[in-house]
Design a protein around this ligand. Structure first.
Ligand code: FMN
Length: 732
């Protein structure tokens, strides 16, 4: 499928960096947790911005005769490295106002250190650092391309924060959380990139020259509380203070390491002996580190933790989206120029392609020369008789990604022969322009001289299989092409294969080509008569469907054996007690209507199969009449007669009426219906249900007859009853 360049970039970048991003996100979550955890002991000195060095240094000197170092970390914890009055070495968190020890310095656990090393360099030293840096930059690019995709999706920057309609969970989550975590992820990626650039020396850290103040003459001693620089400097601005090693030595200084400069202070008179600014890049580096790690702010650390967690969720949902988009693989057996049926698909996220492919596959199975392509690949189809278009719509009635040139192409390329067209729109009623693009395409084709309308436009809301099968019914009945109408076949969640054992099989004879096969599921299976069995005779993607009759918890099929028939031949050749794998497809639209006051069943040939099961299970004794047409009265129909006698005795059935088309008096089911016209008219008038199973041709003829009957006897159209679900069909 054509992907827009941005989506392609977004995906390619994500693909390249996935593994690294997973490692960095997992360790990122752990380190964010650690950053929060670090702050939980109550060593934080709240008013470090009001404590001056002039207040705290003399106070500390009273408690600690010898101080080596005092530092204030990103948590605003103050640490001292000193000797106390008892001569003991103290390295601990203290209160800077009175020197009281608050707690010991606990080094980071080896687990956290392990995480830090993994996060920074993947344990690969310099190479790892470079890889991490590059991945940070890729994350930045992924974020930017993601923003562009959201802007495109939302039809402009103005709607960036507008409501996101939910197509499916992964997509919704990806977009909504993408917006929510946009800023933190941008910050993580940019600061990560910057830190990497600094570390590998890409940022020019120009040496800052110290400014030296010439000392004039002998220093006049001053009390430390009066040192102007100590009075001006608050603890909040300090990172570290190195104390003079030897007291009274004017060559030994207090070295104040502040965030933006280093100041050497004369310990005798408190004058500034030397001052060195810290390079901007270093200041930025510290800021980046604060922002990247959340070490200075607990709320930011929590936000970063969630953002990292969200990167993992992004990866997962992103791949679900990609999988969904690319899952349906299409194969063409015929070339565009030889195709008799052309299926064109307009899709952005691949779901419409799934529906289209289900149809294309069935057309191929039915021996039709079907060809499937994207709408943007529209061209001349010299042998086409049918053009079927399935397309979604994206915002303001726009075409999906692979249908953007369709309108232009249609105006440029004229087909040379008449082609019957049918358009199915896929969309969502959550959007004001429901299926707008499909409507436009339908109108566009209507105007083409070569295009002849085959069906009116059908629309499908939110990928509803029930709505889609309405089109399937219509197209298959009009074209007399067997297409499966069980909605379950068009749901993306397909249930798995089941093992079935052959427990009974009859043989065909000269005058009977239909055989019965009974299959016992080897695991718990829920199904009803009217459901379908999908088998895979060649163990490939080719599927064949059979209507199920439920016989005592087992699957009963009536199969007509065709010469060289793939499915029928496979089933016929199965050994007794042999096993096969197959899928049960629920077909709730053709289940026995348990609430109906009465039911008429109309079948021809193997269409009788589901009805046999329904009758056996009619324990509520709903009045059922069956009308069945066959070619010959043979041993099979004799069995049906025996079956009906048994079922009539059990009150499961009222009557079974046969018509034989090749007998002495050729008859069709239509003749049986005509004979019982009043019964059918009354049945429909009294909310009874008619079920039809068998050939599409028979269904068509029966419907024409029922239409006549309804009009003449009930003064109603057949569609009136159809709309009330009083006509159920499953024909092929
Ligand atoms: C961003 C976005 C915009 C959409 N805009 C419309 C719209 O304007 N009209 C509509 O009927 N459906 C709209 N839809 C719904 C899709 O057309 C619908 O979900 C369709 O089944 C998707 O099919 P696809 O996966 O084949 O692209 C939109 C969906 C998304 C995600």
């Amino acid at each position: 499928m054509t992907l827009s360049i941005w989506r392609y970039a977004h995906l390619a970048l994500a693909f390249v960096s996935t593994l690294f991003l997973i490692i960095l996100s997992v360790t990122g979550v752990i380190l964010a947790f650690d950053a929060v955890n670090e702050k939980t002991p109550g060593y934080r000195i709240e008013d470090v911005d009001s404590i001056s060095l002039a207040a705290c240094i003399p106070a500390l000197s009273k408690v600690y005769p010898e101080i080596m170092e005092l530092s204030v970390d990103h948590n605003q914890f103050v640490t001292i490295d000193a000797t106390n009055e008892d001569g003991d070495h103290v390295k601990a968190y203290i209160d800077p106002r009175d020197g009281k020890v608050l707690g010991p310095i606990v080094p980071k656990s080896s687990f956290i250190q392990w995480n830090i090393a993994l996060h920074r360099s993947l344990f690969l030293k310099e190479t790892g650092r470079i890889a991490v840096g590059i991945v940070s930059f890729l994350l930045f690019l992924i974020t930017i391309s993601g923003v562009i995709l959201i802007v495109k999706r939302q039809q402009g920057v103005r709607h960036f924060f507008a409501k996101i309609n939910r197509d499916f969970f992964s997509q919704y989550f990806h977009v909504v959380s993408g917006r929510l975590f946009l800023v933190p992820i941008l910050v993580i990626s940019l600061t990560g990139t910057y830190l990497f650039m600094v570390r590998i020396g890409l940022m020019n850290q120009e040496e800052q020259k110290p400014v030296v103040t010439e000392q004039s003459g002998e220093a006049i001693p001053l009390e430390k509380t009066k040192f102007p620089i100590f009075q001006q400097t608050k603890l909040a601005h300090v990172e570290k203070i190195e104390f003079p090693l030897m007291e009274d030595d004017p060559e030994e200084f207090f070295i104040l390491k502040l965030r933006d400069k280093i100041i050497n202070v004369n310990q005798i008179d408190g004058s500034v002996a030397e001052q060195t600014s810290i390079a901007k890049t270093v200041v930025f580096e510290k800021l980046s580190l604060d922002l990247h790690t959340g070490r200075t702010n607990i709320i930011w650390a929590v936000v970063l933790g969630f953002a990292s967690l969200n990167i993992l969720a992004f990866i997962y949902t992103g791949f679900v989206m990609t999988f969904k988009r690319t899952r349906t693989k299409v194969k063409n057996k015929f070339k565009a120029e030889n195709a008799e049926i052309v299926v064109l698909v307009g899709t952005e996220n691949g779901s419409t392609l799934f529906f289209a492919n289900q149809i294309h596959q069935q057309l191929l199975s039915d021996g039709k020369r079907s060809f499937i392509a994207e709408m943007n690949q529209y061209r001349a189809y010299p042998q086409a008789q049918h053009l079927i278009i399935f397309t979604s719509t994206y915002g303001l009635g726009s075409p999906p990604a692979n249908a953007t040139h369709f309108t232009d192409l249609v105006s440029k390329i004229n087909q040379q022969q008449d082609i019957l067209f049918s358009v199915v729109g896929f969309g969502s009623k959550a959007y004001p322009d429901f299926c707008e693009f499909a409507k436009d395409v339908d109108q566009l084709l209507e105007k083409q001289e070569w295009a002849k309308r085959y069906l009116n436009l059908y629309t499908v809301n939110d990928k509803s299989p029930d709505e889609f099968v309405k089109w399937v019914h219509a197209w298959s009945e009009r074209s007399l092409t067997a297409l499966a109408t069980a909605p379950a076949l068009y749901t993306e969640k397909q249930v798995g294969l089941k093992t079935l054992k052959v427990v009974e099989k009859t043989l065909v004879s000269d005058d009977n080509s239909t055989f019965k096969i009974i299959l016992a599921p080897q695991s718990r299976s829920d199904f009803q008569s009217g459901d379908l069995l999908a088998i895979y005779p060649a163990s490939d993607s080719r599927e064949r469907f059979y209507s199920i009759g439920q016989n005592d918890g087992r699957i009963q099929l009536m199969v007509k054996l065709y010469e060289n028939g793939l499915g029928s031949g496979y089933l016929y050749n199965l050994e007794l007690n042999g096993k096969l794998k197959a899928r049960i497809v629920q077909n709730s639209a053709f289940h026995f209507p348990k609430k109906a006051p009465a039911v008429a069943m109309i079948a021809n040939g193997t269409g009788i199969a589901p009805f046999l099961g329904m009758i056996m299970n009619n324990r509520d004794a709903i009045p059922v009449r069956m009308y069945a047409g066959f070619r010959y009265d043979n041993e099979l129909t004799a069995q049906y007669r025996q079956f009906s006698a048994d079922e009539i005795a059990q009150k499961h059935l009222e009557s079974l009426n046969f018509a034989y088309s090749r007998g002495n008096e050729p008859q069709y089911v239509m003749d049986l219906i005509r004979k019982d016209a009043q019964y059918f008219a009354d049945l429909l008038a009294n909310e009874g249900v008619i079920m039809i199973c068998g050939s599409l041709k028979m269904q068509k003829d029966v419907e024409i007859l029922l239409e006549e009957l309804c009009l003449s006897k009930n003064n109603q159209t057949l569609s009136f009853y159809k709309n009330r679900n009083q006509l159920m069909t499953d024909c092929y």
